[in-house]
Design a protein. Structure first.
Length: 332
């Protein structure tokens, strides 16, 4: 009898030591890796919130993937319904503005060369690459905390990634050095068994969809937008306004230790589909997706096309200038 009681105590003790059914981190990570790597396609939807200085920008996000390394991320600004698409297919990497019939084509490793809060493969890569990441099992799922790799924004340092018990992504929150949430991606639909037609990832199809609203041409620049951030020992030295065939262009020239040029011009619909080659990467910047190269940043916001160009400034410094422009609604 005593022997049976002793064995029973050992069994109960072993169960307690095993954490009463809690899953081991290695098992969770193994299952998560298998789930993401073995899927032939997925479709995610949700809400993205980006904090830029004191402003907050929100997007409706739709992210899709197919096994042939095709990616499509649609970002629709909730304030003005301006939609842009980041697309990867066999032809390359593109940032599309369908309403203007314009796109930028990149030579890039996107989405694998930086952290991405809305795509599963880069999220998994962040977990695997951070050997000091933390793991916690919660009542509703699992929480990983990792470092991040936003090469154009070194202020972003860590992220919290939440999965439910079925290892479906729930939320990603990215923090800056002051522990302030700067990017929050909340997922409301996760389908890990999606299939797509070949045309779904086609450049032509995405530029000529039936539901695309063509932007009305903007012929006048109502206000001049000045950057809130200007590098040290750099000042505005000239301001020129030029008439275009279909609108206006303003050129601001800054000279000093970090010279650069800011161009803002009215945007218009291109009758023929226009693809502009770029060297660099797509970058979500406040209320728009920018095309970022080593020497320039290009983006469209509220019917105005912006260009920040410098032969001497680094891309992260250029982005500081560009982000300060998007944070300012009007200026004179």
């Amino acid at each position: 009898m005593k022997r049976k009681i002793f064995i029973g105590i050992l069994i109960i003790g072993s169960l307690l030591m095993c954490g009463c059914g809690k899953k081991d981190e290695q098992d969770v990570l193994k299952d998560l890796t298998k789930k993401i790597e073995e899927t032939k396609g997925y479709h995610l939807t949700g809400d993205l919130e980006i904090v830029n200085n004191e402003d907050t920008y929100t997007y409706d996000v739709e992210a899709s993937y197919s096994k042939e390394e095709n990616f499509k991320v649609s970002l629709k600004n909730k304030t003005n319904n301006h939609e842009q698409i980041i697309l990867r297919n066999s032809e390359g990497i593109f940032v599309l503005t369908p309403s203007l019939n314009k796109s930028f084509k990149f030579q890039s490793e996107w989405p694998y060369n930086n952290s991405q809060s809305y795509l599963l493969q880069p999220i998994l890569k962040d977990i695997e690459n951070d050997k000091e990441h933390t793991y916690k099992e919660t009542k509703s799922g699992y929480l990983f905390t990792t470092t991040v790799n936003y090469s154009s924004n070194p202020e972003l340092v860590k992220q919290e990634i939440t999965f439910d018990k079925k290892l479906n992504i729930q939320k990603v929150v990215v923090y800056n050095k002051e522990d302030r949430a700067m990017i929050t991606m909340k997922f409301d639909e996760v389908d890990m068994d999606s299939t797509f037609k070949d045309s779904y990832f086609s450049l032509k199809t995405n530029m000529s969809g039936k539901n695309i609203e063509i932007s009305k041409p903007t012929s006048k620049l109502e206000d001049i937008i000045y950057p809130m951030y200007i590098p040290e020992n750099t000042t505005l030295t000239s301001q020129d306004k030029v008439d275009k065939e279909d609108g206006e262009r303003i050129i601001l020239t800054f000279d000093g230790d970090n010279p650069f040029m800011l161009v803002q011009e009215t945007s218009s619909y291109s009758e023929d589909m226009e693809t502009i080659p770029m060297y660099g990467d797509p970058e979500i910047m406040a209320d728009s997706v920018a095309a970022v190269s080593d020497t320039s940043i290009t983006w469209i916001s509220n019917g105005v096309e912006y260009y920040v160009v410098s032969e001497t400034m680094k891309s992260d410094e250029l982005l500081n200038v560009a982000r300060s422009i998007s944070a300012l609604p009007v200026g004179k």
